[in-house]
Design a protein around this ligand. Structure first.
Ligand code: PRT
Ligand code: MG
Length: 213
C-alpha cells in the first residue's frame, strides 16, 4: 500500500491533475465526504487528509509514504527525514512583509528601530530579518495575521500573499517580498528504500506532469 498525505483545499485540488496524469483517481470528494482516508481507483494507493502543517510530520514518521506540502510549511518544519525530489509548482504564492499604509517601514529599518512582527512563520521571519540585520520582536500567531497591525499588536506581519486582495481589504501594503512559495513532493526516506519501484514510478509520473520552468 502507498499512502499519500494531502491537505484539503488548494493543495488537494491542484494535486488532482498530477494524480490523474499518473493514472490515479481519488474516488471521494473531501469537501462532501467525512472520511479521512480516501480510496483511489488503484487498490494499492490511498490518500489521507491531514492539516497542511501536519503533512511533513506524517511523512517524516511514516504515517504516509509521501505527501505534498508548501515550501513555507517545509521550512517551518525543518524538513528532517524528508526526501524532497520535486517542486510541483502548484499552490504558488509569495511570503511577504506587510504593514499598515501609514507605517514607514523603510524608515524604521534605516533607523535601526526594533520592529514588532506578528507571524505564523517564525522561522522564515527570523531568518529573513537576521539576514537583513534588522532587529525584530517576533510575535507568534496561528491565524488572522492581518489583524495585528490594525489593532496595534504589531508594526508588521509576515504572511503569504497570492492575489493581494486580503491585504487590500485590510488596508495593508506589501513592503517586502521574502521568497516565492510553491508546493513540493516530500517522501519518507525509509519508504523510498522499501517501496522503491512503486514510489519511483509515482515520482516520475508527477515529474512528467509538472510543467518545466
Ligand atoms: O487553512 P488551514 O488553517 O487549514 O491551513 P493552511 O492555511 O496551512 O492551509 P491552506 O490549504 O490554506 O494552505 C496550504 C498551502 O497553500 C500553504 O502552505 C501555501 O504554501 C499555499 N498557499 C498558496 C497559500 C496561499 N496561496 C494563500 N493565499 N496559503 C495561504 N494563503 C492565504 C494567506 O495566508 C492569506 O491569508 O490566503 C490569504 C492571501 O491570499 P490573497 O489572494 O488575498 O493574497
Ligand atoms: Mg488557510
Amino acid at each position: 500500500m502507498i499512502t499519500l498525505a494531502l491537505s484539503k483545499g488548494r493543495i488537494f485540488e491542484e494535486t488532482l491533475p498530477l494524480l490523474k496524469a499518473a493514472g490515479i483517481e481519488v474516488l471521494e470528494d473531501p469537501e462532501t465526504s467525512r472520511k479521512l482516508i480516501l480510496p483511489t481507483n488503484r487498490p494499492d494507493v490511498r490518500v489521507v487528509l491531514v492539516r497542511a502543517t501536519d503533512v511533513p510530520t506524517y511523512v517524516q514518521y511514516g504515517g504516509a509514504d509521501l505527501g505534498v506540502a508548501g515550501r513555507d510549511v517545509l521550512i517551518e518544519h525543518g524538513g528532517a527525514g524528508l526526501y524532497q525530489p520535486l517542486d510541483l509548482r502548484i499552490a504558488s504564492c509569495r511570503m511577504s512583509v506587510a504593514t499598515r499604509d501609514d507605517f514607514d517601514y523603510a524608515a524604521a529599518v534605516k533607523q535601526g528601530s526594533r520592529i514588532r512582527v506578528a507571524t505564523k512563520y517564525t522561522e522564515i521571519a527570523r531568518q529573513h530579518f537576521a539576514d537583513k540585520g534588522v532587529h525584530v520582536d517576533l510575535i507568534k500567531l496561528y491565524g488572522s495575521m492581518e489583524l495585528a497591525p490594525l489593532t496595534g499588536l504589531a508594526d508588521a506581519i509576515v504572511d503569504l500573499v497570492s492575489t493581494g486582495s486580503t491585504l487590500k481589504a485590510n488596508r495593508l501594503v506589501e513592503v517586502e517580498r521574502i521568497m516565492e512559495i510553491s508546493s513540493r513532493l516530500v517522501v519518507n526516506q525509509a519508504a523510498l528504500k522499501l517501496k522503491r519501484e512503486a514510489l519511483r514510478q509515482l515520482i516520475d509520473a508527477f515529474a512528467s506532469a509538472t510543467p518545466a520552468v
